[in-house]
Design a protein around this ligand. Structure first.
Ligand code: NAG
Length: 549
């Protein structure tokens, strides 16, 4: 069942169209002529929405409701809630991305009424998916009651990707899960949450540590995904301890957090206790050589059914990588080993390939094309001392989320690594010179590369996060890449637009370009850009023509 009140993407696109007066008229006439697209109108919305509430009401034995990809205000949520009040068999809330464009203040009351209805109905939930609703800490308050109630005693999957929970939201969530566990246990049916997903939420050490305590208590987790949360070694260590108490753990994804040696060793220690783990994603986690060696040891000793190991982009040197490669010997279930983006050097890469070939696993080794090369010999001596210092800094001020470097000269922030794997944290870490760094990195004479950089940077845009928002806009529009590109008389603006449309999947190209996954940030940034003085009017019309389809 997929409800369509109106297409959120079109609303955003309309924002782009409305960007200038000249185009506003065009958009207007377009809206009038297109009958099907015309359901954007409030009239259409009203008609459909009444249908929807009625259909929910009349659906006997309703178990699942998909609200994702639409947008609902408080009143709409209340009307849906009313219709849910009698659905005692209800189990699956697929409610991701359902508040696009709403004020943040609307979300808690909307969630509250939906939650209250489920409690009234006596529903027993299996899945609660609220991903991609940028509701922030207050949004967590909106589901707090529901999470503590009997409706959630049966919960198996909790999905809260990309919700902007922050430390505060993480703590509220942890307390609610703890309460739910205690209540349900006292009734003889303890909460057995299996899947927990909360990537990109800025949980940081304190949020992660609070959640870790709840995880430890529950002990039922099979999949934990908390990538990109600015977690450093104290938070990683807390999670490691918690994971030891979850013997059914199959998937552990901590991609793009910052382990450093301490966190990685704690995690390796935890892995020794776990027998069911199949997927380990510690890519982009700065596990470092010592961490990799500890993890290799854990793999050699245990993890009998390991399928995937990602230790990419972790500043791991050749010898440590070699130990990792040797550790997968005899793992008949192995499907993928990713050691890309480390510091193996050419010889190190060859040695790792040789070991994997020798194990008849050559084809399971991922590409090593982004290897950073061996670190310089002279700097090895200082490595340990410096790491300890760096770790202390992290402890004192975890919010700054420092990344330490094994080299004695601090490595300058790197625009190219951001462009490979964009994350809001990395963008912020580039510092105030980020616009300049991108200008140096991106060949703005090349329209295709400029479009690609545009999409990479704008993908991390976050309306709710002022710092990230202005970092994105500064890097792209205000005085950086695009201004520079369009200022160049020989810049092929139409090529830029068409590259953009191809990458967004709105225009077919002969060279099979794989479209990116379109995220709101792309369109929100575009909306900003088309309003800038350097953006040619006639280009907007072209954009308009394609996007209106
Ligand atoms: C491993 O992590 C890196 C860095 O985040 C990512 O780019 C890569 O796709 C991951 N590899 C696999 C096999 O998932």
């Amino acid at each position: 069942m997929r409800w369509c009140i109106y297409n959120a993407k079109h609303i955003l696109l309309l924002g782009v169209l409305m960007a200038t007066d000249a185009v506003a008229q065009l958009a207007d006439s377009l809206a009038k002529t297109q009958v099907t697209e015309g359901e954007l109108s409030y009239k259409g919305q009203g008609r459909k929405f009444d249908n929807m509430v009625k259909e929910i009401q009349e659906f006997k034995g309703l178990q699942a409701l998909r609200l994702e990809g639409n947008t609902y205000g408080v009143e709409a949520a209340q009307a849906i809630a009313k219709a849910l009040e009698t659905k005692s068999e209800f189990k699956y809330c697929y409610w991701s991305d359902m508040f696009t464009g709403r004020l943040r203040s609307e979300i808690p009351p909307a969630l509250n009424s939906l939650g209250a209805a489920l409690m009234t109905a006596g529903a027993r939930l299996t899945v609660l998916d609220l991903s991609d609703n940028a509701f922030g800490p207050d949004g967590v308050k909106g589901i707090e009651k529901l999470l503590k109630s009997t409706a959630c005693h049966t919960l198996q999957e909790l999905r809260l990707n990309n919700c902007g929970m922050g430390i505060g939201g993480g703590k509220i969530l942890a307390a609610a899960l703890t309460e739910c566990y205690k209540q349900s246990s006292s009734q003889g049916t303890p909460l057995g949450l299996k899947v927990f997903i909360a990537g990109r939420n800025r949980l940081e050490n304190d949020g992660a540590t609070a959640l870790a305590q709840a995880f430890q208590l529950m002990g039922s987790l099979e999949e934990v995904h908390v990538p990109q949360n600015g977690i450093n070694h104290p938070g990683v260590t807390a999670l490691a301890t918690a994971m030891q108490h979850n013997p059914q753990l199959r998937v552990l994804n901590l991609n793009d957090n910052t382990f450093t040696k301490k966190g990685a060793i704690a995690m390796a220690q935890a892995l020794k206790h776990l027998r069911s783990v199949q997927v380990i994603n510690f890519g982009d986690c700065l596990v470092r050589s010592e961490g990799a060696i500890a993890i290799a040891e854990a793999i050699t000793e245990g993890l009998p059914i390991l399928k995937e190991l990602n230790l990419s982009f972790g500043e791991i040197t050749g010898e440590a990588a070699l130990l990792v490669a040797q550790s997968v010997e005899g793992k008949a279930t192995l499907e993928k080993l990713d050691l890309n983006g480390n510091c193996l050097g050419e010889e190190g890469c060859d040695a790792v390939r040789e070991v994997m070939d020798g194990l008849n696993m050559g084809d399971l080794l991922g590409s090593l094309s982004d290897d950073e090369g061996e670190p310089e010999e002279d700097d090895d001596e200082d490595e340990d001392d410096e790491e300890e210092e760096d770790d202390d800094v992290e402890e004192e001020d975890s919010s700054v989320n420092q990344v330490s470097s094994p080299l004695s000269v601090p490595r300058p922030p790197d625009a190219s690594s951001f462009l490979c794997f964009p994350s809001p944290d990395k963008l912020l870490k580039l510092g105030t010179k980020r616009a300049l760094l991108f200008e140096q990195q991106v060949d703005v004479a090349d329209a295709g590369k400029t479009a690609e950089a545009f999409l990479k940077i704008s993908s991390v845009y976050n309306e709710e996060d002022k710092d990230v928002k202005s970092a994105v806009l500064d890097s792209i529009g205000k005085d950086a890449i695009l201004r520079k590109a369009f200022a160049n008389p020989s810049f092929q603006g139409y090529n830029f637009i068409s590259s953009l449309l191809v990458m967004l999947g709105l225009l077919k190209s002969e060279d099979k370009v794989k479209p990116v996954r379109v995220v709101p940030g792309h369109l929100q940034t575009l909306e900003y850009v088309v309003r800038q003085d350097y953006f040619p009017q006639d280009h907007i019309a072209v954009l308009e023509a394609f996007m209106s389809r």
